[in-house]
Design a protein around this ligand. Structure first.
Ligand code: C2E
Ligand code: MG
Ligand code: MG
Ligand code: MG
Length: 287
């Protein structure tokens, strides 16, 4: 009896793992098709300058419209793309697409428009880091480096080897911005902040969601903002959902805000409409 149970449990366990492995294998194959069949698109979430309300930045976020399964979240497929290395090809596509968009928006929206793109650590450690290809593409479009910000994670800078350090330095030399995503969630060591030319930190949504007057999370946000400013780094708050959160962050001196309170990520045409509506009170004097 016990033996039978054991065997059943065992086979149940294996079949669970088989299902997971099959799912992953299927997603992997489908990701390959998705690249070829152009099932990806980018949406753009406004990043608002809190002192003025002006918008001249956005974060590009990938979307996958699967022909049968519908929309699949990047939270689901980016990890698989990372494991299989497909993230390199997908990441190149994201970069080229975002460059074309920022080229257009610098012409029709704001001359200093800037788009942030997420770059996975796997793209940095892959043998083809792709700096030359990306840089050539910027030149081809006649785009200055400051049109682009690369969002990286704390883990990358913490474990950076010489080749990653070198690549980050090349970005800085090319005036491509560097932003630390999900800041505050990973590590307590902050020495890397002065070792690299970091332009922005993005305070993680988990801090923003619980800030209220007098809360510990507000104290943490204030401290991160003060520290960043002393190091000459600008601060972006992620995931602002309420007016109260926004007011507290403005009082704390936060530079930029992003979140559903302003807007969810938008398709390009929707973004242009949102931009026109929000920015109509501003005369872009430098235009
Ligand atoms: P992330 O870079 O931290 O992006 C912010 C995520 O928070 C986005 O989710 C965005 O839609 C969501 N968000 C923004 N405002 C709010 C808010 O007020 N409340 C809540 N609850 N969520 C908000 P999304 O688009 O699902 O992307 C998830 C993650 O997938 C990203 O986190 C990023 O790590 C990754 N990702 C997305 N696009 C790319 C890409 O092109 N390349 C790479 N390597 N990773 C990407
Ligand atoms: Mg990001
Ligand atoms: Mg810089
Ligand atoms: Mg983030």
């Amino acid at each position: 009896q016990a033996k039978l149970q054991g065997r059943n449990r065992h086979s149940y366990f294996t079949s669970d793992m088989q299902v997971a492995a099959q799912n992953r294998l299927q997603l992997t194959n489908e990701l390959r098709v998705a690249i070829e069949e152009k099932q990806f698109s980018l949406v753009y979430q406004p990043i608002v300058e809190l002192s003025t309300g002006f918008i001249h930045k956005a974060e590009a976020l990938i979307r996958w419209q699967h022909p049968k399964r519908g929309a699949i979240s990047p939270i689901e497929f980016i990890p698989i793309a990372e494991i299989t290395g497909l993230i390199v090809e997908i990441g190149d596509w994201v970069f080229y697409e975002a460059c074309n968009q920022v080229k257009c928006w610098r012409n029709i929206l704001a001359h200093n428009f800037q788009i942030s793109i997420n770059k996975s650590p796997v793209q940095f450690t892959h043998k083809r880091q792709g700096f030359k290809e990306w840089f050539d593409f910027l030149r081809e479009l006649d785009l200055p480096g400051e049109s682009i910000v690369i969002e990286i994670t704390e883990g990358l800078v913490l474990n950076a080897d010489a080749s990653i350090k070198n690549l980050l330095m090349k970005y800085s030399e090319a005036n491509i911005g560097i932003s630390l995503d999900d800041f505050g969630t990973g590590y307590s060591s902050l020495t890397y902040l002065k070792k690299y030319d970091i332009d922005y930190i993005k305070i993680d949504r988990s801090f923003i969601s619980n800030i209220s007057s007098g809360s510990e999370d507000l104290t943490l946000c204030e401290t991160m903002i003060e520290m960043a400013h002393k190091l000459g780094i600008k601060v972006i708050a992620e995931g602002i959902e309420t007016e109260e959160q926004l007011e507290l962050l403005i009082s704390a001196g936060c530079d930029y805000g992003q979140g559903y309170w302003f807007s969810k990520p938008l398709a390009p045409k929707e973004f242009e409409n949102y931009f026109m509506k929000r920015n109509k009170n501003f005369i872009d004097s430098t235009h």
